[in-house]
Design a protein around this ligand. Structure first.
Ligand code: ADP
Length: 530
């Protein structure tokens, strides 16, 4: 009979098994994949053996399981180290990990050849658990060294790396590894202290972080199209299992208190747990939506409407004029030769605008799919020109001058020119719209500091109240009624963040607003490499 305490371990085992098989099947040769697959297998080995050890009643079986379990566990930090080094060096099979593997084999021998590493088991309230011998602390030192050195290698690479995509990948790897390390909490019970080994929570979180890294940043060369429903099913099934266990345990407890087994204790338990369970379930779904998937479809479709509205609006007028001209020619009112140059000019304009709309859709698709912006160097002057052209309609109809203060020769930034144009265009449009009929200029300036290109868009318009400032970057937040969509700043912030930058706002009601965008600049050396 499977013990209640084994269930979370079994669930985490199955999830790691699935992830391991996926990573193995997809891209065997990618740097870090072998180490990670081994790491997954060893995690399954650990969780699964301990799930059984908690459920057995026989001492000898528990002692055997202890040795089997530890035979895998000793290699866990080595597999992690192998993964970290291969990921950074961008190749599998590094000599640097050979020595740890050899030390691992030596530890393995001590497990099976004496009582120095593991010494039997002891029974805690959750089941049997390994006791360790006097050589185990040496293993802990070895493990600490590998954890520390692995993190050092990863964080050094993170600081050195300039590609935004790879930086995001490294960030996920570092957080996932650090999270997994917290599972070392389980070692406490090895030393006779009855601390419940809840390390599986950290291994589970680390798995979620890796899945996120794969789905959003092509970690280990993988891209995972996770079916929302598949993930929901796994999470719902896990939570439902936990729900039943809590409900039955609570029913038992109530029976103990009332002294009799009856229908009411089960019913009360079910009601209490359901009351707690439903909100938890909803929160979990929201969290999954937000952290794992983002509102991909929502972002994408609303973003497209927001960004394509402008180019489409400027297509309809010239198209209408051309149609009227054609009708006049048909009726013989106008001469085709006289109208031809104007019609050609308008058609060119329409073509430009449709091209622009298509490019914006592509840029938004890139953004919504979180493929990471492309790695090319982009001139800040091109971004500003593109941004101004995106805001041309609004600038023209409000009759607000734009004053530029952009020195020549600013170093480039890395990323997608189309996405950054959308960001700058939105800031300029908002600044112009905030002028409320005044014809004072909006100022756009750029300069470089030590590490960034800093862009500032400043207006002397309505300003933004403190309460509104807190919601500026929320999707759908607008004070413009039916005219606004509340998406400009949401998209802008997302774009800047994806480019490794920041956006801040300084505003005073009645005086005006300044948005400051900082983007990591590319040094000359890096821009040649790009
Ligand atoms: P929208 O322009 O469709 O309303 P945005 O996300 O671009 O959506 O802007 C959200 C809100 O932020 C605006 O409705 C406006 O209230 C405020 N806002 C943005 N920029 C400025 C600015 N420069 N001055 C005053 N208010 C601003």
């Amino acid at each position: 009979m499977i013990s209640f305490h084994s269930i979370p371990l079994l669930i985490v085992s199955v999830l790691f098994l699935l992830l391991g098989v996926y990573v193995f099947a997809q891209r065997r040769g990618s740097p870090g994949n072998i180490g990670y697959v081994l790491w997954c297998y060893l995690t399954v080995h650990w969780h699964f053996t301990w799930a059984i050890i908690y459920s057995v009643n026989d001492l000898r079986t528990a002692e055997l399981l202890n040795k089997i379990g530890y035979s895998g566990i000793i290699f866990l930090p080595i597999a992690y180290y192998d993964f970290a080094v291969s990921f950074v060096r961008k190749k599998n099979g590094n000599l640097r990990v050979l020595v740890p593997y050899l030390i691992g084999l030596a530890f393995l021998a001590t497990i099976w050849m004496g009582n120095h590493f593991v010494v039997g088991v002891q029974k805690y309230w959750w089941g049997y658990f390994p006791n360790v011998g006097n050589w185990h602390p040496y293993y802990l030192c070895f493990l600490t060294y590998l954890c520390w050195d692995g993190l050092k290698v990863l964080s050094k690479e993170y600081r050195r790396e300039t590609s935004i995509l790879r930086k995001s990948q490294l960030k996920h790897v570092i957080v996932a590894c650090a999270c997994y390390m917290l599972a070392a909490i389980d070692f406490i019970a090895n030393y006779g202290v009855p601390v419940y080994p809840f390390g599986f929570i950290f291994t589970f979180l680390s798995l979620l972080i890796v899945v996120r890294g794969i789905s959003q940043h092509q970690l280990m060369g993988l891209s995972l199209v996770i079916r929302k429903t598949a993930i929901y099913s796994v999470v719902t099934a896990s939570l439902t299992a936990i729900y039943f266990i809590i409900a039955t345990q609570l029913a038992k407890l109530l029976e103990g208190v009332s002294g009799q087994a009856n229908f009411w204790s089960a019913a009360v338990a079910a009601v209490v747990v359901t009351a707690l369970f439903q909100p938890m379930m909803n929160r979990m779904r929201n969290l999954l939506d937000e952290k794992l998937f983002g509102d991909w479809l929502g972002d994408m479709s609303r973003g497209v409407v927001h960004e394509v509205k402008g180019p489409l609006a400027s297509i309809s007028l010239p198209a209408e004029l051309t149609l009227m001209d054609l009708e006049d020619i048909e009726k013989g009112k106008q001469d085709i030769r006289a109208l031809l140059p104007a019609m050609k000019e308008r058609m060119r304009g329409i073509l430009n605008k449709t091209g622009e709309a298509a490019e914006r859709i592509e840029a938004l698709y890139e953004l919504a799919a979180s493929r990471g912006p492309s790695a090319g160097a982009v001139s800040i002057h091109d971004i500003i020109q593109g941004g101004i052209s995106a805001a041309k309609n609004v600038l023209g109809s409000a009759n607000v001058p734009l004053v530029l203060d952009v020195p020549q020769g600013l170093p480039p930034v890395r990323g997608s020119v189309k996405q950054l144009e959308i960001a700058v265009g939105n800031l300029v449009k908002n600044a112009v719209e905030a002028m409320n009929g005044s014809h004072d200029p909006v100022r756009l300036s750029a300069y470089e500091d030590k590490k960034h290109i800093v862009l500032s868009v400043r207006d002397t318009g309505s300003g933004i109240g403190d309460q509104d400032q807190a919601h500026l970057f929320d999707p759908n937040f607008t004070t413009k009624g039916a005219k606004g969509m509340g998406l400009g700043l949401y998209l802008t912030e997302k774009i800047i963040r994806e480019h490794g930058g920041t956006i801040t706002v300084h505003s005073e009601v009645g005086k005006g607003t300044e948005f400051i965008v900082k983007l990591p600049k590319l040094s000359e050396k890096n821009s040649f490499a790009a």
